[in-house]
Ligand binder design. Sequence first.
Ligand code: NAX
Ligand code: ATP
Ligand code: MG
Length: 387
Amino acid sequence: MSLSMGACPHAWRHHLQHRGRMWATSPVFRRQLFLLRSLAPTCAHGGRASSSSLQVHAMSAASAAAGPVYEADAEAVVRRITPPLDRARHKGQAGKIAVIGGCREYTGAPYFAAISALKVGADLSHVFCTKDAATVIKSYSPELIVHPILEESYSVKDDERESVSSSILAEISKWMERFDCIVVGPGLGRDSFLMDCVSNIMRHARQANIPTVVDGDGLFLITNNIGLVEDNSLAILTPNVYEYKRLVQKVLNCEVNEENASEQLAALCQKIGGVTIMRKGKADLISDGKKVTQVSTFGSPRRCGGQGDILSGSVAVFSSWARHFLLSNEQTTEKSVNPMVLGCIAGSLLLRRAASLAFEKNKRSTVTTDIIEFLGQSLEDISPAGR
Ligand SMILES: NC(=O)C1=CN([C@@H]2O[C@H](COP(=O)(O)OP(=O)(O)OC[C@H]3O[C@@H](n4cnc5c(N)ncnc54)[C@H](O)[C@@H]3O)[C@@H](O)[C@H]2O)[C@@H](O)CC1
Ligand SMILES: Nc1ncnc2c1ncn2[C@@H]1O[C@H](COP(=O)(O)OP(=O)(O)OP(=O)(O)O)[C@@H](O)[C@H]1O
Ligand SMILES: [Mg+2]
């Protein structure tokens, strides 16, 4: 799937509307509609919430922020947004994802994010990284398309900075419109020249309306330059405990308050404006500032590094699928459903299910690659490919 696929965007939109009409009469669509209606959330403290999640979305920001945290019906979300494996589709239509990350120190993180996107079901997965990291990442997998275009300060002379920065942006711009979503940050490092170049890339992605998941060192970058994501409803931030702490300190000018965790998360989203945030932890708390949802399905007690990278690649795919699903069914879908939130819910559940299966098999020796191996089975258990 590609929202920007083909030479003419109008043709693509027409195709979607046509597909939408075909869908409206199909049994698959009717089932999806049922799932949409059955998306009624369960209160975190037990029991079925009386209003549907769609109604919860419609609540005012202030009252929602003060309300309870709802456990998402994450399985229903996964089923609802995962596209059928249609034989008429061609390469790219199930999603084209790019990861911006990978430097001298970190080659695992961008690999985990990019390969997870493929294992979840995207058709193409690119990595834009530094020259040092590229060969290493390529050697992990021939499935990934690796672009060795980024540079760190040590490899650029002072008087060449501007021209190198422009040519990096020009190179990535050639590709940008093709992507359904980009993931900025896994294994990016914090080199100052690299950070400046990636800031330009983020601005360009925003102008091109490309959804952007910000993770790892991308969060370090935006925490120090919040304007990069401010008021961008296509931005998803996926902070871990430390990244969240730094964001709260910088944006809200206070410390993390566990007693009012959901209110604080909603306030953070509102202060930044329009973004979706998934606060990772024992339960993943997800908000776009209007309401707060959680996914608390137990995954694994192993906390090996790299699980957040799997999550960022998975969220990129699911949010693209959710966007596509809502766009092709716009005549029946309530406007208040945020595809970025659905993408976070789906990604969180899938990772947790895969981590659980991997832990069952590998126990204490479970590592990130073991979890990636179970992404396929996790999705298959929820949304069989042959359905
Ligand atoms: N195999 C790989 O290549 C991996 C690379 N990774 C990358 O590594 C880079 C850094 O990510 P990290 O998550 O390690 O981020 P940080 O550099 O912020 O944290 C490093 C570690 O320091 C500790 N720490 C940080 N802040 C702290 C605080 N305020 N109080 C107490 N302890 C604190 C934590 O144990 C944390 O895991 C990112 O680019 C990330 O994507 C990770 O994704 C893990 C896997
Ligand atoms: N205490 C916990 N109990 C259960 N699950 C957790 C816990 N902490 C994190 N997770 C889950 O693990 C996944 C990755 O979160 P984590 O906090 O490890 O990210 P991260 O630090 O960014 O990872 P990475 O090492 O890839 O950078 C998330 O889905 C999160 O829900
Ligand atoms: Mg991380």
